[in-house]
Design a protein around this ligand. Structure first.
Ligand SMILES: [Zn+2]
Length: 350
């Protein structure tokens, strides 16, 4: 049994890097690749192919779950399978992969071609009530296998102090027509930018979005924005506005580099009222990353970008308390912790 996995792992390594595996262990230590771990006996644990991790960033190996039924084997990879985190689901077969389809919780998901597998990225919302995802693998019309993938109930933090966001908290003056128009146009442009291509742009390369790691506000933290009116020069408090953080804030002084986390096509590079200078990158098939509050945009809509490409600079444009990068990631319309993608050992066929 164990030997079978080791040989499978060696084969994967060869197809992943194209050179003998032992050479890789010696010379490519440090460069992330598929490496074995003793975590689960016999099962090869692999690492995502992340180009650079700044000091202190979480570069833990992903967890893996394996399900087998007859000729079908499903591998699921995730940082921890928590709700709000990205999961990679791969389907392999000792027979042909022709006609293989996948439903997740009763909805068909488009499978992409991987090296020796079909794959899809999946995510449960950070406030999902599901305790498990039901995976049904079909061959043609027949059910070939059914599995349950547990959803770990992660509790996200709650901020204790209210946030004052400069002029955005001040409700004294109604917004001008011009501002309202800017907001509305921005909303439409952003909605358009969430339309994802059917083509897969992802490669196995991923990149940490900054050259430094410090989370200043974590994903899905519950925050309350302070709102006030000025009455005779004095602040009169209004009811606060509760929101859940739709991305992760990473420290960065104005002008620090921002890198694309994966290959894709720029769907939006604009200055918006709330988001400030924003870049949105379409990675294909409903996977979209966004980079907000930039001081400078270095890419244009329609441009093809590579993982690790410099796309802009951190700043304090839009609704912010200070300069930083707000990065977000959507998988099929579900907001996920963007850094959770960096744990996934992607192996698309191209
Ligand atoms: Zn943020």
């Amino acid at each position: 049994m164990k030997r079978r996995y080791i040989s499978k792992f060696l084969n994967r390594m060869k197809t992943t890097i194209g050179i003998p595996v032992f050479v890789c262990f010696v010379f490519c230590a440090g460069k992330s690749t598929r490496v074995p771990s003793g975590a689960e006996p016999g099962l090869a644990i692999v690492r995502a192919n992340v180009q650079t991790f700044p000091e202190g960033a979480d570069k833990a190996l992903p967890q893996v779950k394996k399900f087998t039924h007859e000729d079908i084997t499903v591998f699921a990879w995730s940082k921890d399978f928590a709700r709000g985190n990205a999961t990679l689901i791969e389907i392999e077969s000792s027979r042909s992969l022709d006609g293989i389809r996948l439903d997740i919780n009763g909805r068909e998901r488009k499978l992409l071609k991987g090296r020796g597998c079909l794959f899809v990225l999946h995510a449960n919302s950070a406030d999902s009530k599901l305790t498990a995802n039901k995976l049904t693998v079909y061959r043609g019309k027949d059910v070939a296998a059914e599995f349950e993938l547990p959803v770990v109930k992660k509790e996200y933090p709650v901020a204790h102090s209210k946030m004052t966001v400069n002029n955005f908290s001040n409700q004294s003056k109604p917004m001008s027509e011009k501002t309202l128009q800017w907001i509305e146009e921005g909303r439409k442009k952003k909605m358009q930018a969430f339309i994802s291509a059917q083509e897969n742009f992802l490669t196995s390369d991923l990149r940490y979005p900054r050259d430094e790691h410090k989370i200043t506000s974590p994903f899905f933290i519950k925050r309350i924005y302070e709102r006030f009116k000025l009455v005779r020069g004095k602040k009169k408090k209004l009811a606060g506005k509760t929101s859940f953080h739709g991305g992760t804030d990473l420290k960065g002084p104005t002008g620090a580099p921002i890198f694309a986390i994966a290959d894709g096509v720029v769907n939006l590079a604009e200055q918006l009222y709330y988001d400030g200078n924003i870049v949105m990158i379409d990675h294909g098939n409903g996977i979209i990353s966004g980079y907000m509050h930039q001081s400078e945009l270095l890419v244009k809509a329609g441009e093809r970008v590579k993982a690790g490409q410099l796309i802009g600079k951190t700043g304090a444009t839009g609704m912010v308390t200070g300069p930083h990068l707000h990065i977000f990631l959507h998988i099929n319309g579900v907001k996920v912790d963007p850094l959770s993608l960096l744990h996934l050992p992607l192996r698309p066929a191209h």
